[in-house]
Design a protein around this ligand. Structure first.
Ligand code: FAD
Ligand code: DLZ
Length: 510
């Protein structure tokens, strides 16, 4: 008989097919799972996120036990400080010299467990997490020797490698790899938005709500609006709903924003994918099948698959290739303190108010809200990079550092100097007006740059461009913007910058 195994399962590793769970011997092996203060408190997580993870962990524990596996499980009320403490307690119950654990989603957790292993004379056997479609080493190999990394090149290789949306000759279906140009419609209220199903909550989830309300009274999140699945079966039902009702218009409105809906046609699946309740390849194959069965346009299926097969895997590669260190980058020297109203949503900029409010209440905002409303404001206002990243890590239900950090620090804040994005995603109020209908009910006018009713994004945009002119000069993708700024007369520039400084002071003081 081989030695008994001890497997640590983290809160975002709730997949029955996890590499460390394969081939366990129920007669002797043991799984350890723990709800611990360090993980629940390293940022003030949204209550939706804590409730989702604790409830999903408890459901997963019960499923493993139903399969005959022995699970040592610590609930939050048992008061454990850290994952290390959970392993210490597990060691008191049976002798453990090695713990098997799949690669974690955060460098911080890896460091913590490595430190625990050193002081406990135990080894941690890190096992590759093959739920991802590109391993960390495969990404590094792809990236090595390339002068510039571009998601599009990575994505094409992933399409070929996983046989997605390919024609008989191995080329892209429809002769085009990318339909992004067709996926940029703004929201004008012309289509009806599907009503999302109410997800029933069982006794486990209700018990978790009560514990979370008590233990995290000051964290964001309105649990009366909790509507997440907590099992693989429940998450699959949500994916089914998306494929049947939302995928056909997903592509067209991917970049849109609507007053009436926090999610439009988006899939609302990132939280399930990230904690292991859904499988990325399966999702991509489902989207391709929907297209082959004529249930959606190619542009919708391609746009959706690109997010999961392309962006999701790409950001994970960028994170692990650049950690440690990536989290400290601040290329544009952005140091302004995060305004208090990021935690209350009290701002009279309607798009920002809506995006912040739903982020705080529901733990969800779609990509354009995260990037072009909240992230764009943080970029233009020069908000402190680490404070903004911590805010994103806290607020969103799907936030784990491997995916949150490259998106926030890299894509939204351009703090990595262009590793993630070849130009800053800086935009004025015009973009926000074009993509949605928030401006109709806003007190500010998106076509005015100065004056009390001018949209603050406009003058802040020019202030940002003016401040970073030198850094952007060598970037050909910024040339047109810089020329537009430089063509303005000295008086015009002065008037815009004076107004921008006054607005900046007012907004950051409020
Ligand atoms: P859809 O729009 O329906 O997209 C489908 C899926 O594609 C998503 O579920 C997600 O798994 C994947 N996806 C799409 N874009 C990205 C991307 N840029 N990076 C990685 N995966 C992507 N996503 C997270 O999962 N966790 C985060 O913490 C997170 N933080 C972000 C912070 C910022 C500043 C930005 C700009 C984006 C962030 N994203 C993050 C990416 C993206 O916004 C979310 O994945 C998406 O909004 C989740 O909603 P959805 O499931 O309805 O996605
Ligand atoms: C986010 C989170 C929370 C809130 N709580 C726990 C927990 O109690 N136990 C646990 O194992 N994981 C939790 N997580 C997820 C971790 O913080 C971390 O993001 C992942 O373990 C990284 O793989």
């Amino acid at each position: 008989m081989s030695d008994a195994k001890t497997v640590l399962i983290l809160g975002d590793q709730l997949s029955r097919n996890l590499a460390t769970l394969r081939d366990l011997n129920p007669a002797q092996d043991r799984v350890v799972m723990a709800e611990v203060a360090a993980e629940a408190s390293y940022v003030p997580h949204n209550r939706h996120k804590i409730a989702l993870i604790f409830s999903a962990m408890r459901h997963f524990r019960d499923a493993l036990r139903a399969d005959g596996l022995a699970v040592t499980y610590f609930e939050y009320s048992e008061g454990l400080a850290s994952l290390g403490e959970a392993l210490d307690l597990a060691r008191k119950r049976s002798s453990i010299t090695q713990v098997d654990c799949c690669e974690p989603g955060e460098y911080r957790v890896q460091e913590h467990l490595n430190a625990w292993a050193r002081q406990s004379a135990c080894t941690i056997n890190w096992v590759e997490d093959d739920r991802y479609l590109c391993s960390i080493n495969a990404f590094k190999a792809w990236a090595s020797g390339r002068k510039q990394l571009r998601m599009e090149h990575f994505y094409r290789q992933m399409r070929r490698q996983h046989g997605l949306l390919l024609d008989a000759s191995g080329g892209p279906e429809g002769d085009k790899w990318n339909y992004d140009q067709e996926n940029r419609a703004g929201w004008r209220g012309k289509d009806s938005i599907p009503q999302r199903p109410d997800i029933p909550q069982d006794a486990i989830t209700k018990a978790v709500f009560a514990e979370v309300e008590t233990a995290f009274p000051d964290n964001p999140g309105d649990l009366s609006q909790f509507n997440f699945a907590v099992t693989a079966g429940g998450a699959t039902a949500q994916l089914d709903f998306f494929i049947d009702h939302c995928l056909p218009l997903f592509g067209r409105y991917q970049d849109a924003m609507a007053e009436e809906s926090p999610w439009l046609y988006h899939s609302l699946i990132s939280m399930y994918l990230n904690i292991g309740l859904l499988d990325p390849l399966d999702i991509c194959q489902r989207a391709e099948k929907a297209w082959r069965e004529d249930k959606c346009e190619l542009s919708a299926a391609e746009g959706f698959i690109r997010q999961i097969l392309g962006w999701r895997e790409y950001v994970r590669g960028i994170y692990w290739m650049n950690m440690p260190g990536y989290d400290k980058l601040n290329e544009l020297a952005a140091h302004e303190p995060l305004p208090q109203w990021f935690w209350t949503a009290e701002t009279d900029m309607q798009c920002l108010h809506k995006a912040l409010q739903q982020s705080l209440d529901l733990g969800y905002a779609h990509h354009i809200q995260r990037l072009m409303v909240i992230g764009n404001f943080a970029l233009l206002a020069g908000l402190n990079v680490q404070e903004v990243c911590d805010w994103y890590l806290a607020v969103y239900v799907d936030a784990f550092e491997w995916v949150e950090l490259p998106n926030t620090l890299g894509m939204a804040l351009h703090a990595d100097g262009g590793l993630m994005a070849s130009k800053p995603y800086a935009a004025s109020g015009k973009y926000i007006k074009r993509q949605g209908d928030h401006c109709n009910s806003c007190r500010y006018k998106p076509d005015k740059v100065t004056g009390n009713d001018a949209c603050p994004y406009n003058s802040l945009y020019w202030r940002f461009i003016a401040r970073h002119q030198q850094q952007f000069e060598s970037n050909p993708r910024m040339r047109l913007t810089l020329t537009n700024w430089q063509r303005k007369s000295a008086d015009q520039q002065r008037a815009i910058l004076d107004w921008a400084d006054a607005s900046h002071q007012r907004l950051l003081r409020d």
